[in-house]
Design a protein around this ligand. Sequence first.
Ligand code: SF4
Length: 383
Amino acid sequence: MTANLLDFDLEGLAAFCEKLGEKRFRAVQLFRWIHQKGASGFDEMTDLARSLREKLPSVCAITGLPVLSRQDSADGTIKWLFDVGDGNAVETVFIPEDDRGTLCISSQAGCAVGCRFCSTGHQGFSRNLTTGEILAQLWHAERFLRKHLGKTERVITNVVMMGMGEPLQNYGALIPALRVMLDDHGYGLSRRRVTVSTSGVVPMIDRLAQDCPVALAVSLHAPNDALRDVLVPLNRKYPIAELLDACLRYLPAAPRDFITFEYCMLDGVNDQPEHARQLLALLKGHGGRGVPCKINLIPFNPFPDSGLKCSPRSVVLHFGKILNDGGIVTTVRKTRGDDIDAACGQLAGDVLDRTNAASRLSQRRQQTEQPIRFVHTAKEKQA
Ligand code: SF4
């Protein structure tokens, strides 16, 4: 079978070249052509020996993902839908800002975690992406953007593994992909500029600290286990205290001296002042000394059948003020690309679900009614 060179980190490519009787420096040359210069064929690799250039097409290829569609937002955000075969498609989003260009990458076709507020979670799960499919999103986007913007230098400065999927449930493919992003012969991104976002796969957070520590973002979304059990079902397996312990263990290896906690603001569900005070007490007090952190409040981006609403802006700001006043730096995420459904939590390619997500969803919606009613009752009492 023809190997896809996007599947290899530098060590993997060196091993592949060795089998062909080629020295390591040839692997470095190939790697730089693919990831630094965006080459898609061997003919353009002019510094490779002609004999090698002629040999390579019979044993390997540089195979990107077919693009099903591209959408450009009025605010400059770009979303691609990539075909990953068998009726599955995944989404990738580029978010330009004045001082950076961030690419949000998918790690799975669908997601098995099934968070209550997430469009991908509602679609169920089909399969893990390969290393090559994860990297193909970056490889394609960088090539496209350089051409589109007429640039020769790198356009993508930051990568966030926050697209479709739980990256730490696809660990084996994730780690080589991260290594290519960080490799000076690859994309050369600093560890601080590559972020893995997780819903809290505790054992894999520990492994990430050992294998490839990059910036860590944790999808928290609730200040107590009762509510988080409903919003992020993985919490039943790894409750908040275990998750925060893992965060504390991660910090010594992390490139930043804090963990980012993501908190999606859901109207009447997790957005009350009492929730903010609980969150403050939890994060300031855990383990006796608290967890060094920042909090990112994400206004919920509604999608069909979610049954949830975004908290009013005034509620989001008040929630953030309680946290900031309490000593935790808290920001509100700017919504980008909402005219093309590219905002956080809205990514939903096409997923051939293998997980019976629809019936799990309806069960979970019934469970979610409880906290929603509870909070509304409390609000009514205050009124
Ligand atoms: S928020 Fe992340 S972990 Fe949760 S369902 Fe969506 S993609 Fe999966």
